[in-house]
Design a protein. Sequence first.
Length: 368
Amino acid sequence: MDIETQLRAALAEREAAGLLRRLRVTETPRPFASNDYLGLARHPRLVAAAQEAAGRYGAGSTASRHVCGNLPVHAALDEALAVFKRREAALAFSSGYAAALGTIPALVGKGDAVLLDKLSHASLIDGARLSGATLRVFPHNHLAALEKLLTTEAARARRILIVTEAVFSMDGDTAPLREIVALKDRFDGKAWLLVDEAHATGVFGPGGRGLAAELGLEGKIEVEMGTLSKALGSSGGFIAGSRLLVDTLVNHARSAIYSTAPNPASCGAALEALALVGEAEGEARRKRLWGAIHRFAAGTSLPAQSPIFPLLCGTEEQALTASARLAEQSLVLPAIRYPTVPRGKARLRVSLTADTPLAEIERLLALL
Ligand SMILES: *Cc1c(COP(=O)(O)O)cnc(C)c1O
């Protein structure tokens, strides 16, 4: 069979299973579908900062950080991220995906082990696979299983990297970070912890500094990952931690070394967002967001854990039907299907933002 026939057959198979994805053009903001939790992506201050950075540094960075692409705006962003996370150093990447893909293989390889929460984001799974380390998956948030894996792997692996998320992207629940830190600390520095705060940055903790900050774990997690693309309204990813960690990434993270430095406009916007989240306006936006979260939780009897609510539908077909019926009422709730979530766990994923109108929340609750 020729390649074209094979590719057509694979897509037809997906379509028959209700799993075909198509890109749709979205022009207006979607109140229940975006990850723009603080409503900053269209904020005039961020837009102006992006324009200003583009005007000053250009539309592109022209080269990787190591060649001539490391502009003042990148140095300022790295520094601002380190200050924001209260760590020695930080490094911004072009995306959260690139941060994961570069960082995990920079820290572990053959002879090492990565212990990964079962519900971890694709970028973390891909980074772990790329590293060549032994990949061990523990059931979601299962501390006893993690402890067992740690004990087994400590006997044979050179290094262990535990990988989890602060807020899980498709379920909206949080990780027991205090307990995981305590477990990891029993292994005398042979086990490090990477926490991806993609959905917690800007949303949790004092000044929006994340879930680790909220739980009093500042400085206790070796590898703090986040994205600039969600609550911070820009695009890019970052890692914060010790100077040694960042020096290691500068030398070994291939997604940073062999890729053009992050876009100046995105960096300018991210810098403005970092300032804004710490100000009274950021506080007010977080307050509005949490008000929306509590209202939606009360209306659905789901726990108010984060801006993300999974409305489980069961089959892929049921999720698509529910999504289509809400779309008729001009409510866009994406149907999340396999392979993003396990088979039989298809869902509508509701994400709330500080700008979601309360009247829209009431309308959605009534329709549900
Ligand atoms: C969105 C997301 C990423 C990727 O971040 P981008 O900046 O969009 O590439 C990584 N991890 C998690 C948990 C995410 O939800």
